[in-house]
Design a protein around this ligand. Structure first.
Ligand SMILES: Cc1cc2nc3c(=O)[nH]c(=O)nc-3n(C[C@H](O)[C@H](O)[C@H](O)COP(=O)(O)OP(=O)(O)OC[C@H]3O[C@@H](n4cnc5c(N)ncnc54)[C@H](O)[C@@H]3O)c2cc1C
Length: 431
């Protein structure tokens, strides 16, 4: 039986471990933190009963690898999956606009959805349709070096369309601004979302806390197939010899009895391990990535006036509101401007915007709150990141890299992490 050490218990490490366990590889998962889940986990509320997430995570119908992984660990019933795209956007004053495509007649249903998206003028909607038609014939490689804004301007997208659609998609999917995001990566995800059948554009929201959705279920799967999970155990160092890792040292153990090592930690954590080891980071050419924060504010309400599951806020610094019935959570992606503000100021600005966007909301409804600041939530998929991720080399034959930052072609997402884990497991199995 092959033996594999997996370092890191986020989506990437758990997906690698689940796929390996399925193929009878003996897994030992080493996770520095006391909990599994990495950057996607849940915390229990003040009553110790109901979970809330470190940050709202949404999946999409085109997250094929993630849905397959969740199916394997028997967690699909913990997701609410739309039949097809259906999002409610709200403008100041409370007027709602639907971006909704019917279930059938793909791809015309998407065009129908855009034509009826009345948050922008008909002229802008027609330009959006031109954009989607051009996307069918677009080769992403031709967009290398271009930012999303440059591309949108080239495609004659109006300012109102950029504000009421493109900025919201860019910041939500890439966690960065249209000025910074790479057009190449953006085009890739637009194709996956909009040119892959009706279901691909459907929004998928967990109906339970993230830890309950996948971390606990993955752990059960791995343990039931003879693997072990070691939380609170940080990997510090590798000892290599003749292009092979011979030993992995943690703050608790020294491991020598393994065939392969999969690293599923962020690149900045891997650099630290390399710096303690007889490995030069130059040999690997690890990418130097920039990071962007996400801010999540959770509000518990004595009266919940919201009727939809979620809303996109057009033109607010608070981008999305998710309604969990017991509480609501408000997400700001690319939150550089507000993450360092004092909590009192953040709350004051939020309450003010909520009252403007939702006249049905009153600040007096709020009974409790939590603010979660994730400073290195995702790497920024800017025009430099593409090449940097492609250039990573690896001379050590029993060492495999995984993690959302590896060269999956996707931005820093759950799907990228899960794909990287599955690919790493495939390599071990194929060897
Ligand atoms: C607030 C927020 C909202 C997000 N929203 C979305 C969303 O809506 N949709 C989406 O697709 N993605 C979203 N993302 C991105 C998504 O969470 C990440 O892309 C994904 O979780 C990354 O998984 P990973 O396994 O690659 O890395 P991580 O989750 O970072 O896992 C790495 C693990 O390695 C461990 N580790 C590090 N160093 C060591 C060491 N030396 N020894 C042992 N263990 C170590 C860490 O503790 C961690 O558990 C969001 C992220 C955040 C923070």
């Amino acid at each position: 039986m092959k033996k594999c050490l997996v370092i890191g218990g986020g989506f990437a490490g758990l997906s690698a471990s689940v796929f390996l366990s399925e193929q009878n590889v003996e897994v030992t998962l080493l996770e520095a933190s006391p909990k599994l889940g990495g950057r996607a986990y849940s915390i229990l509320d003040n009553n110790g009963k109901n979970p809330y997430d470190n940050g709202q995570h949404i999946l999409m119908g085109c997250y094929y690898d993630t849905l397959n992984f969740l199916s394997k660990i028997n967690a699909l019933d913990r997701l609410d999956i739309q039949d097809s795209l259906n999002v409610t956007f709200v403008k100041r004053g409370g007027k709602e606009y639907k971006l909704k495509s019917p279930k059938h007649f793909y791809p015309f249903n998407l065009l129908y959805g855009i034509i009826n998206y009345k948050a922008v003028s008909m002229k802008s909607r027609l330009k959006m349709i031109d954009f989607f038609i051009d996307l069918i014939f677009c080769d992403e490689d031709d967009l290398g070096g271009l930012t999303v804004l440059q591309w949108l301007k080239e495609k004659k997208q109006s300012d109102e369309a950029i504000e009421a659609l493109w900025k919201i998609i860019t910041v939500g999917a890439l966690n960065t601004t249209v000025e910074e995001a790479s057009a190449k990566i953006f085009a890739g995800i637009l194709k996956q979302i909009f040119l892959n059948g009706s279901k691909a554009a459907a929004i998928v929201v967990p109906n339970t806390g993230l830890s309950e959705l996948y971390a606990q279920k993955s752990a059960e799967y791995i343990l039931s197939r003879g693997g072990s999970i070691n939380p609170s155990e940080r990997v510090l160092k590798f000892v290599t010899d003749q292009n092979k890792i011979r030993e992995v040292s943690t703050d608790k153990n020294h491991y020598k009895d393994f065939d392969f090592v999969i690293s599923a930690v962020p690149v900045y954590s891997l650099e630290k391990i390399f710096n303690n080891s007889n490995i030069s980071t130059n040999d690997f050419n690890l990418p130097s990535l920039k990071y962007s924060p996400i801010l999540n504010i959770h509000l518990w309400l004595k009266q919940n006036p919201f009727s939809k599951k979620f809303y996109g806020l057009v033109g607010s610094q608070f981008h999305w509101l998710f309604n969990h019935e017991g509480h609501i959570s408000i997400t700001t992606s690319s939150a550089e401007k507000i993450i360092n503000e004092p909590n009192e100021k953040i709350l004051k600005d939020l309450y003010s915007d909520l009252e403007i966007y939702f006249p049905i909301f009153e600040t007096g409804f709020v009974t409790d709150y939590q603010i979660v600041k994730e400073r290195r939530a995702t790497f920024i998929p800017d025009t430099n990141s593409e090449g940097a991720r492609e250039k990573v080399v690896n001379q050590i034959w029993n060492f495999i890299l995984a993690g959302d930052w590896t060269n999956t072609g996707l931005p820093s997402t759950i799907e990228s992490a899960v794909i990287s884990g599955r690919l790493a497991a495939d390599r071990v199995i194929a060897f």
